[in-house]
Structures are given as C-alpha cells and as structure tokens.
Design a protein around this ligand. Structure first.
Ligand code: UFG
Length: 318
C-alpha cells in the first residue's frame, strides 16, 4: 500500500487517481485544511493531520505501508512571507512527524513533492538540479529543509528518496473528474480563467521585469504529466537504492502576456487587465531543465500550454 499525504489536494489527487488506474493500492492522508474529501474517490482515506505525531504513528501501525508520497504542505509563496510560522509549523513540523513515523515503523521509501522555489533567484536558465539552492521565501526553505532531512536519513538510516522539484503546475485531469480548487486562488491560469468566466478584471503583477515583454516568464507543466512522473519515481524508489532530486518542467518559458493570449484564444473572451505592482519575491524568469528526469526516469511530457488551459477551462465550466 502507498501512503499519499495531501492526497486531497490539487497535485496529490491527480497522482492518487493515476496510481489507482495503474493498479496500486493507496491510502490518502489529509487534514482537509485545504484539500477536498470528495476527490479521495480512489483508494482509502484517513482524515489525519501530520502535526499530530501520535495519530501519524497509529496510521503506520494500522496499515501495511510500503512507501510514501508526501505532498501535504501549505504552498502559497506570498502567504509564507506574511505568516512564516504557519509554514514552519506545518510543512516542517508535520513532515518531521512523518519522517519519525516512517523511521519507527521501518518504512524506507519516499517520493517527496518539492519545488522549483528551492533555487531562489536563478543564476542560469533553464535551471539544472545542480544549481545552488538559495530560497527567497519561507515556503522554499520548508521544501529545502525536508530535502536535507531526507539526505541525512538516507545516509544514516538507509531511507531511499526521490525529491521532485515542480515548476508551475497547471491544467486539470483530462477526464474532467479533478481540477484545481484553491481558496483563495492565487495562480495565474485559474485566475485568468475565472476572470474570463465572471467577466472580472485580473491583476498583472508588473510589466517592467527584465524579460522580452516585461512580464514574468514561467515554465508551466500539466498536472497529469507531473502525476505520471510520480508513478515512475515510485517504481524507481521501490526497486533501487536512491537518493536524488529531479526537476519536473518542460524547459519552455511562457510570459504572463503569452498566457493571456492563449487564454483569450481558448475561451474566445477578451480579458480586462489591470497592470499593478510587482509581487514581492517573484523572480522574472523561472524555467527548469528536466533532462535528468527524462534520461533517468524515462519521463515524457504529453501536454503543452494550450492543453493546460483547455483542460482547466473545461473543469471550471462543468
Ligand atoms: N501573476 C499575475 N497575476 C495573478 C497571478 C499571477 O500577474 O493574478 C503572475 C505572477 O506574478 C507570476 C506568474 O503570474 O509572474 C505566475 O504566478 P503563479 O502564482 O501562478 O505561480 P508562481 O510562479 O508564483 O509560483 C509557482 C508555485 C510555487 C512554486 C513556484 C516555483 O505556486 O509553489 O511556482 O516554480 F514554488
């Protein structure tokens, strides 16, 4: 059985579905603080908070867990700057309880949901995994902390791990059964789509960045492509001794203006835009080099930006 922490969230729910379709037995653990119970339609579900160390240990005592995929975390960069304690307590405290319960019960295989936010301000583009890790916000620090914890656990206790550093996850399940339901929604593509649907203005955070059209460039990656990488990473971690990190990205950068143009074409609606101040902590360009995941995991992406917009738009309108 595979334990998926945060399996009621955006990326976790897509991974849970794909694993079940691939024949795996899963146990979703989620405290439902930001997740939605109705997406735990595949596998089993336990409403547990990782910050409750005793309950976490009890899960490992009750269920025959062979490996963990760890998503459960708060994930808003801006919020982490305003309220770092919330992030350190939950993302570090909860993850530490998970690691202790794994160690106590002899579970030595984990795939960790990390982030391109561990790099901080990029010194080169696309960013390879060997790039220095210098987060510029508490969210990125919490992800980097757990990567370091895993490296120490591997060296000391033989715990095998793969940390997956995502770039900008977007899109929705191609069957339309799952989507991105954040509250509040802060991500660009769902905000543009919501604006298109409700005919509301959307704020563009700066048009004088050092990029070709002045707006920030990001590497958007379809959530089902991300989910597929987890299936491959799980197989690898279960079948070998490994301690490694992979970028999950397309290597293609799209500016905010590029995304707006695609959204207008896909929805056949004209967006009303308000240009406002830069958002603190936004690097102008974040594009990842995923050659390592392609080579070592045999990972391939299937979707392009337009597919991310189309699949998300379909789910929003269901
Ligand atoms: N943006 C706007 N208006 C909006 C929302 C976003 O102009 O209403 C801009 C942002 O300033 C940024 C770009 O659109 O330039 C993308 O912003 P998102 O909020 O969609 O995503 P981020 O790049 O800020 O962050 C995402 C994840 C993080 C992860 C990071 C690393 O949310 O968890 O990518 O790649 F760390």
């Amino acid at each position: 059985m595979i334990l998926i922490t945060g399996g009621c969230g955006y990326i976790g729910s897509h991974v849970n579905k794909q694993l079940n379709l691939a024949g795996w037995d899963t146990l979703v653990l989620d405290n439902l603080s930001t997740g939605h119970e109705d997406v735990a339609r595949w596998g089993h579900f336990v409403p547990v908070d990782l910050c409750d160390a005793e309950e976490v240990l009890a899960v490992f005592e009750k269920w025959p867990i062979e490996a963990v995929i760890h998503f459960a975390a708060f994930s808003q960069v801006g919020e982490s700057v305003r309220d770092p304690q919330k992030y350190y307590r939950n993302n570090i405290g909860g993850s530490l309880n998970l690691a202790c319960a794994m160690q106590a019960s002899g579970v030595k295989k984990i795939v960790f949901s990390s982030s391109g936010a561990v790099y901080g301000m990029p010194l080169e583009s696309p960013i390879p995994e060997t790039h220095p890790t210098k987060p510029i916000n508490p969210y990125g620090y919490t992800k980097l902390f757990f990567e370091h914890l895993l490296a120490s656990y591997h060296a000391a206790y033989g715990m095998d791990y793969i940390a997956l550093r995502y770039f900008n996850a977007a899109g929705a399940d191609a069957d339309g059964e799952l989507g991105e339901w954040h509250d509040p929604e802060t991500h660009l593509i769902p905000r543009l789509l919501m604006s298109a649907r409700m005919d509301q203005a959307v704020h563009i955070y700066g048009d004088a960045h050092r990029t070709p059209d002045g707006t920030c460039v990001r590497d958007y990656i379809h959530v089902d492509d991300l989910a597929y990488a987890h299936v491959l990473a799980l197989e690898r971690v279960l079948n070998s001794s490994c301690a490694t990190v992979y970028n999950l990205s397309t290597g293609l950068g799209h500016s905010v203006r590029d995304v707006i143009k695609e959204v207008e074409e896909a929805t056949q609606r004209q967006l009303s835009l308000v240009y406002s101040e830069r958002r603190p902590g936004d690097p102008p360009v974040l594009v990842g080099d995923s050659a390592k995941a392609r080579k070592e995991l045999g990972w391939r992406t299937r979707y392009v930006l337009r597919d991310m917009i189309d699949t998300a738009w379909r789910v929003i309108n269901m």
